[in-house]
Design a protein around this ligand. Sequence first.
Ligand SMILES: [Zn+2]
Length: 375
Amino acid sequence: MQLRQHPLPSPTPGTRRELVSLHYGQPGQGQKVYIQASLHADELPGMLTAWHLRRHFDALEAAGRLRGEVILVPMANPIGLSQWWLQSPLGRFEGLSGENFNRHYPEYIGPAAHRAEPQLGDDPARNVAALRAALRTEIEAAPADTELRALRKTLMLLACDADVVLDLHCDAQAMMHLYTETPCWPQCEPLAAYLGAGVTLLAMDSGDNPFDEACSQVWWKWAKHFGDRFPIPQACLSVTVELRGQQDVSHELAAKDAQALVDFLTYRGVIAPEGQVPPVPAAVGDARPLAGSIPIPSPVGGVLTFLREVGETVNAGDVIAHVIDPITASVTELKSPVDGLLFARDTLRLVTAGARVAKIAGREATRTGKLLGAR
Ligand SMILES: [Zn+2]
């Protein structure tokens, strides 16, 4: 394993941060896998899972069982990790700009297509190699004047030419669930089964370019751009893996999740199996449109108490929670507008008017516009 340090530009004299990446296997031989943890700095299940993965990869590399290249970034957000306010970590938004660390990844689809076009032809594998090289050249040439832009650029350079990108996050309180782009679903389905995901939320261009979509969207957009002139496969499976809730940081869960990821990479052929490839387990959940994942807002402020648990199937009209005003003694019922799966809910029990307190995955795509909340 090779540990590489990527210094970020100093935001003010006297301060400096760096990103660290761990490199296993052989670049250029077999598939490339990129795994990062805790892009939202205070989402810790991924960091612990990365520690378990590191032990796997150390052993697999020593045993000569890695058939490709694996890059592991165990702490993907050194900026967010340094943001605290009165004992509480603030890892979701950058304090300086207010921007979400998992949005606004720049896209170079047009310029990279233009650069690669003279080398494209009938061979899909050669087209993939030419487009990857062109994309890398465009990202390398892009300016990154702030520390945040430099962090995004560094992460994109590590991941942009990978066959598999796994971005390990978590929700507030949640069951295991995944986000991926619709064209990635055939490749993602076995991953969802190995991880035991309760639901996988599918979208194309959900808005504001989160990291996972920045990695995978280039392929289906290039395929659309070139039409039937050149064959362009979906050469990157990119998935946001929501490792349950923020408090789900235990060796038991992290070891189980790391093993599931190793099993999936064995299934993909990145790891040589000892004997049989671990069989794909029966699916726990299914895939549903992100446009059918309904956030439940509270119209009033007050004390929030849930009547339904994460993982429960609910029907339209079911009361999910009460919001209580202790001054007037009024009780506001929060109801599910759809039949669906209550897959995530907030941790705070004091809610402000208009805040979204839970998410229910329905089967019908009913929402339009930007599909990801600020959270
Ligand atoms: Zn996150």
